[in-house]
Design a protein around this ligand. Structure first.
Ligand code: OFO
Length: 162
């Protein structure tokens, strides 16, 4: 079955969203490097690489379906934040937004009875649960320990192990 034009357009749009995510996390990593928080910088750099992989997975899927991939323009991300807590709150909210985007893709694929796309999207549904859990968990930890220097230092050391 041929993939629909609407589905191809929606996936191309999501490829852009994944690259935008990658850039947001790369900018967060640069912010942490500058603040001397190397564990957090390392965590964000890994997240950046994961987002590039998410984009590539969609790209490969479109290739597999014989569809045209449009390499998108990437939006310039925010550069500065008040503190580590604000960064991770932003990341958590961003992941919730991405989840809502993935769910819309699922809705579209279901409506079109595009079972191949639905099957591919299952990986993203699971991945989003993990992404929200990771970022939300760090927010909770920073809130629990306090986002002062001491709490931030403890979380920074922990995130270095990612
Ligand atoms: Fe691609 O999962 Fe985060 O944004």
């Amino acid at each position: 079955m041929k993939i629909s034009d609407a589905m191809v357009a929606a996936i191309n749009d999501q490829i852009k969203a994944e690259f935008d995510s990658a850039y947001i996390y790369l900018a967060m990593s640069a912010y942490f490097e500058d603040a001397g928080l190397e564990g957090m910088a390392h965590w964000m750099k890994k997240q950046y690489k994961e987002e590039v992989e998410h984009a590539e997975k969609f790209i490969d899927y479109l290739y597999e379906r014989g569809a045209r991939v449009i390499i998108p323009e990437i939006a310039k991300p925010k550069e500065s934040y008040a503190d580590a807590l604000e960064v991770f709150k932003t990341a958590y909210a961003h992941e919730q937004y991405v989840t809502s985007r993935i769910y819309k893709l699922v809705d579209l694929a279901s409506g079109e009875k595009d079972y191949a796309t639905l099957s591919m999207l299952k990986w993203y549904v699971d991945e989003q649960m993990e992404e929200e859990d990771n970022t939300g968990g760090i927010v909770s930890k920073l809130e629990f320990l306090g986002s002062d220097k001491h709490g931030t230092y403890i979380v920074d050391r922990e995130l270095a192990a990612r």
